[in-house]
Design a binder for this molecule. Structure first.
Ligand code: HEC
Length: 101
């Protein structure tokens, strides 16, 4: 079981654009663009970004999340033109999935 998920994580890390059924933290797009502020585990960093796993984020709709990532918010940079629409959609799906409990 551990070996199987390790292989899964490695496969996801090497895939060019991760399918939306992988987790956010295994998505290379997240690791490259978001982890420096939101942390490798997406649980936030001091002086960086807030946790992406929170009651607050759980209440934000997919449309609003897409809007935040696309257009930025406060100290959160905008990713319009830096990431494709598909990459942003995948990130939003994965943020949503992380908050489904
Ligand atoms: C330069 C640091 C930085 C980077 C890089 C960054 N963020 Fe953020 N992010 C922030 C900050 C700061 C906020 C809080 C914005 C506010 O509420 O004013 C935020 C807020 C968010 C929120 C809303 C959460 C909330 O509680 O309001 C989401 C979703 C989010 N970021 C996703 C991402 C994604 C996905 C990426 C990568 C594509 C990313 N961020 C990259 C700093 C960053």
């Amino acid at each position: 079981m551990v070996a199987a998920s390790l292989i899964f994580a490695l496969t996801a890390a090497f895939a060019q654009s991760a399918p939306s059924d992988t987790t956010l933290t295994a998505n290379p797009v997240f690791e490259k663009n978001c982890a420096k502020c939101h942390g490798k585990t997406a649980e936030g960093r001091h002086f960086g970004g807030p946790s992406l796993v929170s009651d607050k984020v759980a209440t934000i709709s997919a449309d609003d999340l897409r809007n935040i990532v696309t257009n930025g918010k406060g100290h959160m940079p905008k990713y319009r033109g830096k990431l494709t629409k598909e990459e942003i959609d995948t990130l939003v799906d994965q943020v949503k999935a992380l908050n489904k409990r």
